[in-house]
Design a protein around this ligand. Structure first.
Ligand SMILES: Cc1cc2nc3c(=O)[nH]c(=O)nc-3n(C[C@H](O)[C@H](O)[C@H](O)COP(=O)(O)O)c2cc1C
Length: 249
């Protein structure tokens, strides 16, 4: 099936979607502008229909950033659903912005996998992580084929890694379960690549997948770091089946 792709380039202007907007079915569209405001009743939508997966929305914004006002419609990229059951995967929402991103609206439903009925972000605790290269900056993470997050890792082509601090043992345990509401109640925001990043983590990197290697029952995802942030603190350590801190205590 061929899908349409459109680019709307507003150059150095600010775009305000008030009481209208863009609806693209399962297709791809990109909006380029200095800034974008999705006003009350404003719409950004690329949902699937019947057996079509969600589309792709890319926002490339300058210093004006992205503002989604309260009352805006859900930014919706969910896949096709039948009687509430997902039939296809969700789409991809990417925001590249030089300015601030303020989400005051009802949120974004992307639904990275066909198994996530409610469009929730997905993630897992992983210790199989290492740096690979400085130039370009590459890292790797190994993900089990049994992991619920695995299809999303394959389909989205980008991922974030959050480095937990000593005090975040409970979050590590939570993300080592298969529950679907892992992000609920855990402070997070959308990062520069439109990926959920944990706001209280010690650091995070946002990566574009540049290579994948299937090895046994895991796939090694090689990611090129596009953005990273660090804060002060000490890392959570997992050693000999127990959580610990550097230097022990
Ligand atoms: C300390 C620790 C490290 C882990 N490291 C990995 C890892 O590197 N790769 C992996 O696929 N699973 C790893 N796991 C297991 C996953 O976190 C676990 O299977 C989780 O339930 C997967 O969630 P999901 O199925 O919702 O994606 C680790 C678990 C723990 C507790």
């Amino acid at each position: 099936m061929t899908r349409a792709a459109c680019t709307f380039d507003f150059g150095a202007r600010n775009l305000v979607l008030a009481g209208g907007g863009f609806t693209a079915g399962g297709n791809a569209f990109e909006i380029k502008a200095r800034g974008l405001t999705v006003g009350a009743s404003g719409t950004l939508k690329a949902t699937g229909n019947r057996d079509t997966g969600g589309g792709t929305i890319t926002l490339t914004l300058g210093a004006g950033g992205l503002t989604v006002l309260p009352g805006a419609n859900l930014i919706d990229l969910t896949g096709a659903k039948l009687a509430g059951t997902p039939q296809t995967g969700g789409g991809t929402f990417s925001v590249f912005s030089d300015g601030d991103i303020i989400l005051g609206g009802p949120g974004i439903a992307v639904d990275g996998t066909t198994t996530d009925a409610d469009g929730r972000p997905t993630g897992l605790t992983a210790s199989a992580f290492t740096s690979v290269s400085l130039d370009p900056p590459l890292i790797l993470v190994c993900v089990s084929h049994k992991s619920q997050s695995y299809p999303a890792m394959l389909e989205r082509g980008r991922f974030a890694v959050n480095f937990l601090r000593t005090e975040q043992e409970d979050i590590s345990k939570r993300f080592a379960t298969t529950r679907l509401d892992k992000f609920d109640g855990v402070p997070h925001r959308m990062g520069k690549l439109g990926l959920p990043v944990l706001t209280e983590a010690l650091a995070h990197v946002e990566c574009v997948t540049v290579n994948k290697h299937v090895e046994g029952d895991h796939t090694v995802f090689i990611g090129r770091i596009e953005h990273c942030e660090t804060t002060d603190g000490m890392p959570l350590v997992y050693f000999r089946g127990k959580y610990d801190r550097l230097g022990g205590s």
